[in-house]
Design a protein around this ligand. Structure first.
Ligand code: CAA
Ligand code: NAI
Length: 246
């Protein structure tokens, strides 16, 4: 029980890597808050957890909206009294070559992957400061670290997440708050399922392990950084990418 009685908000928690994280955190004793826009998936996941005797709620949330995020924090405190862990996992893609990318595509990805991370962290941090404890895990990507064809918008946000992680680690470390990031490689979720098959093959070929990640392999890294085992780790970017580049 590495997260016993801890209250964890996981954005984008209804599906993919977020869902795997919700299940892992719950298995380790956390009270989980699924912050997502997919009501059907979110409610179904809550039912499966509460049926098993776990504490979980779903709060319909658009991380791009500060009003929606304020409601998320309010509902979390109403249900569980506090927040201990924030996993900024929600993210979207809208891929196109630079020459074809529209301003709308660029802005849409920024609003979720960049402004969304800012909104959620800013809303939760006052609670963390007050209690002198908190864990923030941000989700970057191999695309943000190394760049990726067709992902000007997405790579920009995922690189920005690294900058925000290090800045917040410096601002908040002395307040008992750890801020770290995970940079996953290509992982078996809907995001990757949307990619052209020949490009998935190309990407898999450059991974030392010659396979995509399972969502739970990324969730395990979130779990480690959210636990007190990682108490002296701050401002770190943990690469969970099967050795895509070394
Ligand atoms: N790596 C290497 N080459 C790539 C590539 C990639 N990731 N993506 C595209 N290319 C190549 C294509 O093979 C093609 O090469 P040729 O001209 O030699 O045939 C060239 O770039 C142009 O590609 P398209 O003909 O497909 O151009 P398009 O305008 O029709 O489509 C695209 C462009 C929308 C970017 C499309 O290629 C695509 O979807 N690519 C995949 C982008 C990608 O990797 N997205 C990752 C999604 S998963 C994710 O984001 C999670 C994460 O964090 C990693
Ligand atoms: P996914 O598409 O499977 O799941 C994303 C979840 O986020 C969905 O439940 C969706 O409803 C939710 N979501 C989307 N927009 C939202 C918003 N505005 N507010 C709240 N929730 C929203 O994606 P996946 O693959 O699980 O990705 C999770 C995170 O991991 C993302 O930040 C992604 O960029 C990152 N990542 C994913 C990789 C992959 O290969 N799958 C690789 C590297 C990083």
């Amino acid at each position: 029980m590495r997260l016993e009685q801890k209250v964890a908000i996981i954005t984008g928690g209804a599906k993919g890597i977020g869902e795997a994280a919700v299940r892992r955190f719950s298995d380790e004793g956390a009270k989980v808050v699924i912050a997502d826009m997919d009501d059907a998936a979110g409610e179904a996941l809550v039912s499966s957890l509460t049926d098993a005797g776990k504490d979980a709620i779903y709060v319909q949330t658009n991380v791009a909206s500060s009003e929606s995020v304020a409601n998320l924090v309010e509902k979390t405190v109403e249900a569980f009294g506090t927040v201990d862990i924030l996993v900024n996992n929600a993210g979207i893609t809208s891929d196109a070559m630079l020459t074809k990318m529209t301003a709308e595509q660029f802005e849409k990805v920024l609003s979720v992957n960049l402004t969304g991370v800012f909104n959620c962290t800013q809303a939760v941090v006052p609670l963390f400061i007050e209690k002198g404890y908190g864990k923030i895990i941000n989700t970057s990507s191999v695309s943000g670290v190394y760049g990726n064809v067709g992902q000007t918008n997405y790579a920009a946000t995922k690189a920005a997440v690294v900058g925000m992680t290090k800045t917040w680690a410096k601002e908040l470390g002395r307040k008992g708050i750890n801020v770290n990031a995970v940079a996953p490689g290509f992982t078996k979720t809907d995001l990757v399922a949307k990619m052209p098959a020949n490009i998935i093959e190309k990407m898999t070929a450059v991974v030392s392990q010659q396979r995509l990640a399972e969502p739970v392999e990324i969730a395990n890294a979130y779990l480690f950084l959210a636990s007190d085992e990682a108490g002296y780790i701050n401002g770190h970017v943990l690469h969970v990418d099967g050795g895509i580049m070394m």
